[in-house]
Design a protein around this ligand. Structure first.
Ligand code: HC0
Ligand code: SF4
Length: 579
């Protein structure tokens, strides 16, 4: 152990700890900017490039960055001397001298770490002036890259390259021309970017933000010719409250529904309904593949992999084009919902699909791109018209002058708003496979499953494995979240070494609850755990906890689709992938 004193407080920390680690232990706040700690996720951004965390170390001439300086035994550190404060203010002024001053209209205003530091350090004037670096704006369907605002902290690189292993963002060029960019400085849309949004989730400033579609929704709502239908993803309800000061880990489903009604949507539905539908299709596809495999059909591929996360789909399309027959052909719940809303439900209402506008509220930025994929359109009319992130929904609620915290709890509309507990757990890592197991077990064995909680597939480990007995078969189940972990499982499959029958993949840390469109998580695993708990609580409170018990799903098959994997179900609910 190493002894250290910071601002007169003494403690001991293990060898290898940084001054910042020791300060945290002592509850001494040292400001940081480039530093990012993905905690137990083991990926840290320690470029020490911003120099905001500098401290004075006794007997050392230079100030030391606390985030990257290891503790030496007997170290004495001061974090708030005039020398330290002046250095931090100078660093901030230098940064701000090459940063646009458009905070009033910046998408990150109010959530910007640079803005917060300028406020905390009482910067009222910028005493440095000169040329400013400029770079073209890159607007993809999901993410806007505005490198004029980039402070070169490299957090996005850590997420993209170390956590997601996508390799899209890297620092190029030097000095004033330095920029973080995709290969050959191409636009994000032309690169192999998955639009997972994890770069945006950790960007401290407004350099990487979602493409905002809020005003498209306002315009659709104001059109008297349109029938507006909204669906909300499972994970949104577990985080939306944070935007209104409600304690993290509080599910706000009822208030969210009330808000959507007040905003003016004609029908307030739930993606969770379609998550139940996904289980019927994906679960049946899995049982079909498994049965044929056990019967000796060598043409059938196992493992099957889930296909509901659009960043994951784009990842395997780009990176593993030889394995396109491994994932399930089931569309994501969001796209299933759009297809059912614009066929079954439009027919129930007696309106043409073109009259209906389907809006999705998603924790995800890749969903903005997913709904623009041509295979999810009929004669140019998309199944899902507009996708908003959780953050955009919060902005829309504020724009509409709705006092969120005072809203009563309301229920979703029927029929496409009814869901089971199996559907809500889609929002967390392991949830999709757990939901599938609940249904596959009962459909395969014909027996009632009494214990529906599959604890082994839960939790924040990057890769989880479980053995599940279904009838006479022992199924090997794999779960991975974050694309770097997904890559490992895909490489095993490519090498013929995979032990699994079925694998769930979600791109974001913790699953959708850590999505790129959620209130910013900044790599805080404890926050993700609170959101996860809110999801499992909602599952427990539902009257039905297995997808096949959803009465409106049963009705949809009886009245419209026939049975899972029917021709109509295939046409509406399944898709294909592209190299
Ligand atoms: Fe997800 Fe989904 S669970 S991807 O994470 O499957 O975004 O919340 O909506 O579509 O249901 C996101 C969340 C969804 C979909 C569902 C799936
Ligand atoms: Fe990388 Fe994901 Fe950002 Fe694309 S969206 S640049 S894949 S982190």
């Amino acid at each position: 152990m190493m002894n250290i004193t910071i601002d007169g407080k003494a403690t001991q920390v293990p060898a290898g700890s940084t001054i910042l680690d020791a300060a945290k232990k002592l509850d001494v706040h040292i400001p940081t900017l480039c530093f990012l700690q993905m905690d137990e996720m083991k990926f840290n951004n320690m470029t020490a490039s911003c120099r905001i965390c500098v401290v004075e170390v006794e007997k050392r001439r230079n100030l030391a960055p606390a985030c990257a300086t290891p503790v030496m035994d007997g170290m004495v550190v001061k974090t708030n001397t005039i020398r330290v404060l002046n250095a931090r203010r100078s660093v901030l002024e230098l940064m701000l001298s090459d940063h646009p001053k458009d905070c009033l209209v910046c998408a990150k205003s109010g959530n910007c770490e640079l803005q917060d530091l300028a406020e905390a350090f009482d910067i009222r004037e910028i005493g440095v002036s000169g040329a400013m670096s400029t770079y073209r704006r890159d607007a993809s369907p999901a993410i806007i890259r505005d490198m004029d605002k980039c402070i070169l902290c490299r957090r996005c690189e850590t997420m993209c390259n170390d956590v997601q292993t996508c390799g899209i963002l890297s620092g190029v060029d030097r000095g004033f021309n330095a920029v973080v960019a995709p290969p050959f400085e191409m636009n994000l849309e032309d690169s192999a970017c998955t639009f997972c949004g994890q770069c945006a989730a950790v960007c401290p400033v407004g350099a990487l933000v979602e493409r905002d579609h809020t005003w498209d929704v306002v315009t659709a709502l104001a059109d008297p010719e349109k029938v507006t239908v909204v669906q909300t993803a499972p994970a949104v309800r577990a985080a939306l409250g944070e935007e209104f000061g409600i304690e993290a880990g509080t599910s706000v489903t009822g208030k969210m529904v009330a808000a959507l009604r007040q905003i003016g949507f004609d029908h307030v539905f739930d993606t969770d309904f379609a998550a139940d539908l996904t289980i019927m299709e994906e679960g049946s596809e899995f049982l079909d593949r498994l049965t044929r495999h056990l019967d000796g059909d060598t043409s059938v591929k196992l493992p099957i992999m889930t296909s509901c996360c659009p960043a994951w789909v784009k990842f395997f399309e780009h990176q593993f084009p030889d394995l396109l027959d491994v994932p399930s052909t089931a569309k994501s719940p969001m796209q299933m919902f759009g297809a059912v809303a614009k066929s079954y439900y439009a027919e129930l209402l007696g309106i043409p699909r073109e009259k209906m506008v389907v809006v999705s509220i998603m924790p995800c930025l890749a969903k903005k791109y997913e709904c623009s994929r041509p295979e999810f359109m009929v004669d140019g009319n998309p199944d899902v018209d507009i996708t908003l992130s959780t953050r955009e929904l919060a902005r829309l609620i504020k724009l509409m002058n709705i006092e969120f915290n005072a809203l009563p709890d309301e229920d979703f509309d029927a029929p496409l708003g009814y869901s089971t507990g199996a559907a809500v757990i889609f929002g967390v890592t392991g949830g999709v496979i757990e939901a599938a197991l609940r249904t596959a077990y009962e459909l395969h064995t014909g027996e009632k499953l009494d214990k529906v909680d599959f604890e082994d597939v839960r939790g924040m480990d990057g890769v989880k494995s479980a053995k599940v007995q279904v009838g006479s078969h022992t199924l090997n189940i794999g779960v991975a979240h974050k694309l770097g972990n997904a890559r490992k499982l895909l490489e095993e499959i490519r090498e013929g070494k995979s032990q699994y029958h079925a694998i769930e993949i979600m791109s974001c840390p913790g699953g959708c609850i850590g999505g790129g469109g959620q209130p910013y998580h900044h790599g805080d695993v404890e926050l993700l755990k609170k959101r996860t708990a809110a999801i499992y609580d909602e599952d427990l409170a539902k009257p039905e906890r297995k997808s096949h018990e959803n009465p409106y799903i049963v009705e949809l098959y009886e009245k419209y689709l026939g049975k899972p994997l029917s021709e109509k179900a295939h046409h509406l609910l399944h898709t294909h992938y592209f190299k």
